[in-house]
Design a protein around this ligand. Structure first.
Ligand code: ASP
Length: 305
């Protein structure tokens, strides 16, 4: 019997740290974090588990890692708080769950999943979402859990910068995963702290189905990262799928066209995508994108630049 194909792609945000902050130790820790995320998703896919479980597991690992802007490592808002967004989508059923602007939830991706599986809604935001997490007994952390020195310094740099261009890594970051499982099902998940110094209440593209996150078994699964406002206006993730479905583009072409559209609007960033054959695409227009994959041939890769 032929072995069934599967593939997993993850990202830890588009845009890299400025060279003086990227020490060999930080780079090693970032690569380790990406590897652990890949391993968590891969273990599920290899043993015949669902792409939906795999993307949730891969994102969870990055949410717990203080180096990535999601969960524990979420950036500070202008009010010195943390507000996180997350979404997950199942390409088989087209069911999706999302949360916007939530605080103190250890793993926003679990809450997004719960919105899909345990409520009649697709998206919950703010206090209502947090109350739902509490009702379900999801893990709630003290504010300090999310207050990392690295993000505090980024807030100070952003506040002090005014006109100077800042590194993308200071401004934002996100984590995400897309996967194809052995049953041929696609899924996507994205989680973020949004952008540094954002106004409280701001919600980015990550939890908006079709902008930062989308999965459809007919076409592909997509998770985006970058200037959220531009990805929202470009309806980026769904556009990759639509170009495949209606214009018969292949995954690589569709992904590239969408990143060009985002760039034409003035936005920077990237996306990861996988199609139903296990082809993958990881275009970005920033200096780098923290990323990794295991493709359908079993080739594994971790990269930053
Ligand atoms: N897209 C995210 C947001 O706008 C940030 C990022 O991916 O860098 O919230």
């Amino acid at each position: 019997m032929l072995e069934k194909k599967y593939a997993l792609v993850i990202h830890g945000g588009a845009g890299t740290m400025s060279p003086e902050l990227m020490t060999p130790e930080v780079e090693r820790d970032l690569r380790d974090g990406l590897q652990r995320s890949l391993d968590a998703g891969h273990a599920i896919l290899r043993s015949g588990g669902s792409s939906f479980d795999a993307v949730a597991a891969a994102v969870r690992v990055l949410e717990d890692d203080p180096l990535f802007n999601a969960g524990r490592g979420a950036v500070f808002t202008s009010a010195e708080t943390h507000e996180m967004d997350a979404a997950i989508m199942d390409g088989r059923t087209l069911k999706a769950g999302a949360v916007g602007s939530v605080s103190r939830i250890r793993n926003p991706i679990d809450l997004a999943r719960a919105v899909m599986e345990k409520s009649p809604h697709v998206m919950l935001a703010g206090q209502g979402a947090q109350d739902f997490a509490r009702e379900l007994g999801l893990e709630i952390m003290a504010d300090e859990y999310f207050s990392t020195e690295q993000r505090w310094q980024a807030l100070e740099r952003v506040r002090a910068s005014k006109a100077e261009p800042l590194s993308d890594a200071d401004r934002h970051g996100t984590v995400g995963a897309v996967a194809l499982d052995q049953a041929g099902n696609l899924a996507a998940a994205t989680s973020t702290g949004g952008n540094t110094n954002k106004r409280p209440g701001r919600i980015g593209d990550s939890p908006i189905i079709g902008s930062g996150t989308y999965a459809n078994n007919k076409t592909c699964a997509v998770s985006a990262t970058g200037d959220g406002e531009f990805f929202i206006r470009a309806v980026a993730a769904y556009d990759v799928s639509a170009l495949m479905e209606y214009s018969r583009m292949n995954l690589g072409e569709a992904a590239r066209v969408v990143i060009e559209k985002v760039a034409a609007l003035g936005g920077t960033g990237g996306l990861i995508a996988v199609d139903r054959e296990g082809n993958i695409a990881l275009p970005f227009n920033t200096t780098g994108m923290y990323r990794g994959f295991i493709d359908a041939e079993g080739k594994s890769f971790i990269g930053i630049y």
